[in-house]
Design a protein. Structure first.
Lengths: 74, 160
C-alpha cells in the first residue's frame, strides 16, 4: 500500500489490486480496481482514519475485498 | 503486523526525485503513455504536473509511505536479518556502487543486487545511475515503523 499526503491532498494506492482512494479532486472517493468504473464517493474522513480502515481490512481478511472495503469506507 | 517505510520530502525534492527516477518530465510522460496501467507512475505524473504549475508550494512538505502487510510467513521473509542490515547500512552510509556495498556487507554482489531490486520494486530505495554501468543505491525511507496487529482491539473498542 502506498500513501502520500501533501498540499494537493492525500491518496492511498492499494497494490496489486490497483485501488485508489483519494481526496484530490474534492470529496474523498474510491476508484474501483484498475480504474474499471467511475470513482465512488465515500464518507468524509481524515487520511489517518482511511488508512486505519484499510489496514484493518487487509489484516482481517488477509486480502482486499473491494465490495467489502467500499462498504467499510462509505 | 504492518511494516511501514516513511519518507518526508519537500515538493522541490519530490520534483527532483521524479526527474531522477524517470530521466526527465518528458520521459515520465512517455513512460506513462507507454504503460498506462502503471498507476504509481500515473500518480507521480499527476502530482508532478500539479506541483510544477504551483511554484508557491515548493517548500511545502509531502509525507509518503509504503506499507507492507505480510499475509504469510513467506511474505515476511523479505525482512530477513541480512536485508534489514542492508537497509540499516544504507541509512547511514553512501556507496558509489552495488559492488562497493556488497564488499562492505561481505556478501555476494548478485545476492545484494537481488535484494536491492526487491526494495526498489517496493519504492523503498532507488538505484541512481553512477559512472559507467554502476548504480548508486539510495534509501528513500527515513523511518521504518512496525505497526502491530491491532484491528481486533479496534473492532472491540467500536463495539464498546
Amino acid at each position: 500500500m502506498y500513501d502520500r499526503v501533501g498540499p494537493r491532498g492525500w491518496s492511498v494506492v492499494i497494490m496489486p489490486q490497483e485501488i485508489i482512494i483519494d481526496d484530490r479532486h474534492g470529496r474523498p472517493h474510491i476508484h474501483p480496481p484498475k480504474k474499471q468504473g467511475d470513482p465512488v464517493p465515500i464518507h468524509s474522513r481524515s487520511f489517518e482514519e482511511v488508512r486505519e480502515i484499510v489496514y484493518s481490512h487487509v489484516e482481517r481478511n488477509q486480502d482486499v475485498v473491494y465490495r467489502q472495503l467500499l462498504e467499510e469506507l462509505r | 503486523m504492518i511494516i511501514r517505510f516513511e519518507q518526508s520530502l519537500t515538493v522541490s525534492e519530490f520534483l527532483e526525485e521524479v526527474k531522477r527516477r524517470y530521466g526527465s518530465d518528458k520521459e515520465l510522460r512517455r513512460f506513462s503513455e507507454r504503460k498506462p496501467k502503471d498507476i504509481l507512475a500515473a500518480e507521480d505524473l499527476e502530482d508532478f504536473e500539479y506541483y510544477s504549475k504551483h511554484p508557491e508550494l515548493r517548500s511545502e512538505r509531502i509525507q509518503r509511505a509504503v506499507s507492507v502487510i505480510p499475509v504469510n510467513d513467506q511474505a515476511l521473509s523479505i525482512f530477513s536479518p541480512e536485508r534489514l542490515k542492508l537497509l540499516d547500512v544504507l541509512s547511514s552510509k553512501r556507496f558509489e556502487s552495488i559492488r562497493q556495498l556488497a564488499g562492505f556487507l561481505k556478501r555476494d554482489v548478485h545476492n545484494v543486487y537481488e535484494d536491492l531490486k526487491r526494495f526498489q520494486a517496493l519504492r523503498v530505495l532507488e538505484l541512481e545511475r553512477g559512472p559507467g554501468n554502476s548504480r548508486i543505491p539510495r534509501l528513500l525511507a527515513q523511518y521504518i515503523a512496525i505497526v502491530p496487529t491491532h484491528w481486533e482491539k479496534l473492532e472491540a473498542s467500536k463495539k464498546g
